[in-house]
Design a protein around this ligand. Structure first.
Ligand code: SF4
Length: 438
């Protein structure tokens, strides 16, 4: 089926599609299109419930937390929706020095983060592969951060090899929109104007050895149903070629930004639309992590936690030097300004399991191996116990006040029913041991 054909949204067919996903099979583009075009609210209730069930079967109750660390807001491109674009003459530009990056990372580590997503605009001279290698090495050596992911501009295979060797876990890059006329209208200058170079980025990253790649579209640039279906088509083409697809799918929604010239009304994605998108990503590729950022308001994020999201940022700043100082120009406005501690408390209060674990990347559970483990429902066994261990560390080192009491109670319950030596490992954490995982 072509993604412009009329999809089948009959109830019986949709239920068959949901049953396929509940069996942890990936969905075809045609099946995804059918889900996207459902209009019946009652049927959407069934879709949301199925997404929640699939998430629990693959990942259990865990929600992984991280923060972005913006390294540079200097950029040669001119994406009309972005505060970092070169045409934004009011922007205050900054690229972090090694010492500044380490200071930011160390502060975040003291708050309890163990995984960070490094982010930079596209500026090969100031923030190219030489810079990334140095800054990644400095942060690993100078802080307690255990895994760094990177969201940065597309690179050559050779540069991706260097990036992989530097210890980056996930390489993340969004196509923004797959709709070529819209892409050309929004990306008029710089290397990013080359649609095909960006479209081939994941092939080059995978060829260079990245098994974990993060993909997405910027929702609101074009018709969201079309772009979601096109993204799934891209994911499936990678799966057919390499045996595995993306490690994560993100759901960034267009937000106001200083100097933005994007039209926010034409392809607006409502809160209800965003819930549908999270559910459809979860059902389309059951093993994939679905990432929700602090672009979204707190109440909506809390709902998305139970609809299929498995990774969320918290306590984020979107400008370089934003944590230690107030930072300069932001990439976009934040919708949820709660601290990491507040979000962890909320997740636990919803009956879910907050996790700061980084074990899979460091134990080689990535790419095709991760996909198979997830499809066999084995990931949740590792993850739940590792989440408990990571939360125990968090309680010992960073939590405070009521959230500390809430988490201590939760940990007591979890330890009482745990296996695999989790209780003994928690004792060791109390005695000062760190980074214990399965
Ligand atoms: S979206 Fe990325 S590439 Fe485009 S202007 Fe912003 S930082 Fe630069």
């Amino acid at each position: 089926m072509n993604i412009t054909d009329t999809p089948n949204t009959e109830t019986g067919y949709i239920r068959d599609v949901l049953a396929k996903s509940l069996d942890l099979q990936t969905l075809t583009v045609s099946e995804v299109s059918s889900l996207l075009w459902v209009e019946d609210d009652e049927l959407w209730s069934e879709i949301f419930q199925a997404a929640s069930d699939v998430k629990e079967r693959v990942y259990g109750k865990r929600i992984v937390l991280f923060a972005p660390l913006y390294l540079s807001n200097e950029c040669m491109n001119d994406c009309l929706y972005c505060g970092f674009r070169r045409g934004n003459k009011d922007a205050k530009r900054k690229t972090l020095s090694m010492d500044e990056a380490v200071e930011e990372a160390a502060l975040l580590a003291r708050r309890g983060y163990r995984r960070l997503l490094l982010v930079a605009g596209e500026h090969p001279k100031r923030a190219g592969i030489d810079y990334f290698e140095k800054v990644i090495d400095a942060v690993y050596k100078g802080s307690d951060i255990r895994i760094l992911h990177l969201n940065a501009a597309p690179m050559s295979v050779d540069d991706f090899r260097r990036l992989k060797a530097s210890g980056v876990g996930v390489y993340q890059c969004f196509q923004e929109t797959y709709h070529l006329p819209s892409y050309r209208r929004l990306h008029r200058a710089g290397a990013k104007a080359d649609y095909a170079w960006r479209l081939g980025v994941m092939d080059r990253a995978i060829e260079a050895g990245f098994e974990d790649v993060g993909m997405g579209v910027l929702l609101g640039l074009y018709d969201w149903r079309w772009d979601v279906a096109a993204l799934i088509a891209h994911c499936r083409s990678l799966m057919n070629k390499y045996g595995f697809g993306p490690h994560t799918l993100s759901v960034p929604r267009l937000q106001p930004a200083q100097g933005s010239m994007a039209d926010h009304s034409r392809y607006r994605v409502s809160d209800d639309d965003l819930k549908k998108i999270v559910a459809v990503y979860r059902l389309a590729l059951p093993y994939v992590g679905v990432v929700v950022s602090t672009r979204e308001p707190a109440d909506l994020r809390d709902e998305l936690f139970t609809l299929g999201a498995s990774q969320v940022s918290a306590g984020s700043k979107t400008s370089p030097w934003g944590y230690v100082k107030d930072g300069d120009t932001e990439q976009f406005e934040i919708g949820d300004s709660r601290s990491l501690e507040e979000v962890i408390g909320k997740i636990a209060g919803l009956g879910l399991m907050p996790s700061l674990c980084t074990a899979c990347y460091r134990e080689g559970r990535s790419g095709e191996r991760f996909k198979h483990l997830a499809e066999e429902e084995a990931i949740k066994n590792f993850c739940h116990e590792n989440a408990v261990l990571s939360l125990k560390e968090y309680v010992e080192d960073s939590a405070s006040g009521e959230v500390k009491e809430q988490l201590t109670e939760l940990l007591d319950e979890e330890i009482a029913k745990s296996r695999n030596g989790v209780a003994q490992k928690c004792k060791l954490i109390e005695q000062g041991k760190r980074d214990l995982h399965i």
